[in-house]
Design a protein around this ligand. Structure first.
Ligand SMILES: C[S@@+](CC[C@H](N)C(=O)[O-])C[C@H]1O[C@@H](n2cnc3c(N)ncnc32)[C@H](O)[C@@H]1O
Length: 258
C-alpha cells in the first residue's frame, strides 16, 4: 500500500523488521539459483579508486552478502533517511573488515557536493521518492561525469497472482518499476540498460506469505492487519491445502545508467 515519506521513515522503515519479513519470503521460496545480492554485485562496474554512494541502504545487506569481495580501493558511503536503518547497517557491518561511512540522507536532498561519486546505487528504494524526477536530478548532480548509476526495482507484474486473495483491487503500480524505469531515467542519463533477474516464488507455507502482507502495512494499521488475518489468511490456507503450493511471479532487475 502507498505510504507517505513520514510513515515510511517512522513506521515501515523505523527498523529492519518489516523488510526482514519480505526478505525471508524470498530467501525461502525463490527459484532463481543465484541469490539476489550476489547477482546484483556481479553487475557493478566501478571505476578504479571509486567513491561509491548507496542511497536507501537499509540494513546494509548488499555489503554484508558480498563482504568477501568488496574491492579494497572503494570508498563506500552508506545512506538512508531512516536513522533506525542506518543503526542496523552499522551493527551488521561492524565486523566486515572494509571501512564504511554512514550518513542520514534523503534521496531528494543528497547532502554532498556536485560530482562527488564515481558510482551511485539505489536498490529497491526509488519508488519511495515522492518526486522521482527530482530524486534523479539529485543523483545526476552528485555523480561524476562518466560515473555509473545503478537502480534496482521490481517488475510491474510482481506477485500479480496474489491479487485474487486480496479483498480490494491492487493499489496502483509502483511509481518506478521495470516497465517505466527506462523512460524516467532517460530524462537524466544518456545510456540506460536493463538487466533482468527473473524469479518465481514457489510458496508452500501460509505463514511467511501472511507475514509478508502484514509487513506492507504501516505499524499503526491494526485494523487492516486484523483483516489480513481474518479474511486473507483462510483463503491462502485453503489454496495451499488444495494445490500444495502457490507460484508467484517475483522478478526484479537492475537499470545501469551513465
Ligand atoms: C525496500 S528498502 C531497501 C533497502 C536496501 N536498499 C535493500 O535493497 O535491502 C527501502 C529503503 O529505502 C529507504 N528510503 C525510503 N525513502 C527514502 C528516501 N526518500 N531517501 C532515502 N532513503 C529512503 C528506507 O528507509 C529503506 O531502508
Amino acid at each position: 500500500m502507498a505510504q507517505d515519506s513520514d510513515t515510511l521513515r517512522t513506521q515501515q522503515y523505523h527498523n529492519a523488521s518489516r523488510l526482514t519479513a519480505r526478505a525471508t519470503l524470498h530467501a525461502r521460496f525463490s527459484t532463481n539459483p543465484t541469490r539476489w545480492f550476489t547477482w546484483l554485485f556481479d553487475r557493478f562496474q566501478a571505476p578504479a579508486n571509486s567513491d561509491v554512494l548507496e542511497l536507501g541502504c537499509g540494513p546494509g545487506w548488499l555489503w554484508l552478502s558480498n563482504r568477501e569481495r568488496i574491492p579494497a580501493d572503494w570508498q563506500i558511503t552508506l545512506t538512508d533517511f531512516s536513522e533506525g536503518m542506518l543503526t542496523e547497517a552499522q551493527q551488521n557491518l561492524a565486523f566486515v573488515s572494509h571501512p564504511f561511512t554512514f550518513a542520514v540522507a534523503d534521496v531528494q536532498a543528497i547532502p554532498y557536493p556536485n560530482d562527488s561519486f564515481g558510482m551511485v546505487i539505489a536498490n529497491h528504494m526509488l519508488y519511495h521518492a515522492p518526486d522521482i524526477p527530482a530524486a534523479l536530478a539529485e543523483i545526476r548532480r552528485v555523480l561524476k561525469t562518466g560515473g555509473r548509476f545503478y537502480a534496482s526495482t521490481l517488475a510491474g507484474d510482481y506477485m500479480r497472482e496474489f491479487e485474487q486473495f486480496l479483498p480490494r483491487r491492487r493499489p496502483a503500480h509502483l511509481s518506478f518499476n521495470l516497465d517505466n524505469g527506462a523512460e524516467l531515467l532517460a530524462a537524466q542519463f544518456e545510456h540506460v540498460t536493463l538487466h533482468r533477474y527473473d524469479n518465481t516464488l514457489v510458496v508452500t507455507e501460509a505463514e511467511p506469505l501472511i507475514a509478508y502482507l502484514v509487513s506492507m502495512t504501516p505499524q499503526s494499521a491494526i485494523e487492516l492487519q486484523e483483516r489480513i488475518y481474518r479474511d486473507v489468511a483462510p483463503l491462502v490456507l485453503r489454496h495451499l491445502e488444495e494445490h500444495s503450493e502457490m507460484r508467484l511471479t517475483a522478478s526484479s532487475g537492475l537499470f545501469e545508467t551513465w
